[in-house]
Design a protein around this ligand. Structure first.
Ligand SMILES: [Ca+2]
Ligand SMILES: [Ca+2]
Length: 206
């Protein structure tokens, strides 16, 4: 009988310690990203792998996630982490995160090049195809932690409500000749999320 009581007590103790853990993993953050990509997987033209990845760590996606703050419910934060973020890059480096919300496609974007980075953009795919209507938004290049974050006013993405789902989340990076050169604007190198280990939906919290 004593043994049985002890077993019940241990079970209850385990349950109470596990419960807070299951609550904290609901929202997206760096530890629980919506997308976890593989590393050292930047590809020539987006599909040809190669071994010398050291020079391309600034374009190598590690993960991407969405987050909100209970004290700032008007904004949605989108973050992308790369292996080694650089403030200035030799090639034109383009960082994108795509998603679908209430049947519309959205895209965040920021460029880096030899002059630095910015502006931070949020695009709404209003007319279909690849045409986006762009707005600028706030953002941050966190060079210490290799994280880019867009701060997106929810009214720029159709004012989503609590419980709405962001689906088809797809981060990507694109390296091409500098936009201020006269060379063609074709992607030379890309890291795409097709080979990601995890891709999950994000549910609006507030
Ligand atoms: Ca990667
Ligand atoms: Ca990838």
């Amino acid at each position: 009988m004593k043994k049985k009581l002890l077993e019940i007590f241990v079970c209850m103790l385990l349950l109470t310690t596990m419960l807070p853990m299951t609550v904290t993993v609901i929202a997206g953050d760096e530890e629980n990203p919506e997308v976890e990509d593989r590393t050292l997987d930047v590809k020539l033209f987006g599909f040809i792998g190669f071994p010398l990845q050291t020079s391309f760590k600034y374009a190598d996606i590690v993960s991407a996630w969405f987050s909100e703050e209970s004290t700032d419910t008007d904004n949605l934060y989108v973050s992308i982490k790369v292996m080694d973020l650089q403030e200035k890059t030799n090639l034109e480096a383009i960082y994108d995160v795509n998603w679908v919300l209430n049947n519309k496609r959205y895209l965040t974007c920021v460029h880096a090049n030899p002059n630095g980075y910015g502006p931070f953009l949020i695009g709404e795919n209003t007319y279909g195809g690849d045409d986006y209507e762009w707005d600028t938004c706030s953002g941050n290049f966190d060079l210490d932690n290799n994280i880019i974050t867009w701060e997106i006013p929810k009214d720029a993405i159709g004012n989503p409500q609590k419980g709405d789902k962001l689906t088809y989340i797809f981060p990507s990076t694109h390296l091409r000749f500098r936009d201020d050169s006269n060379l063609p604007r074709m992607d030379l190198f890309k890291d795409l999320a097709w080979n990601a280990k995890i891709i999950k939906d994000y549910t609006i919290e507030y």
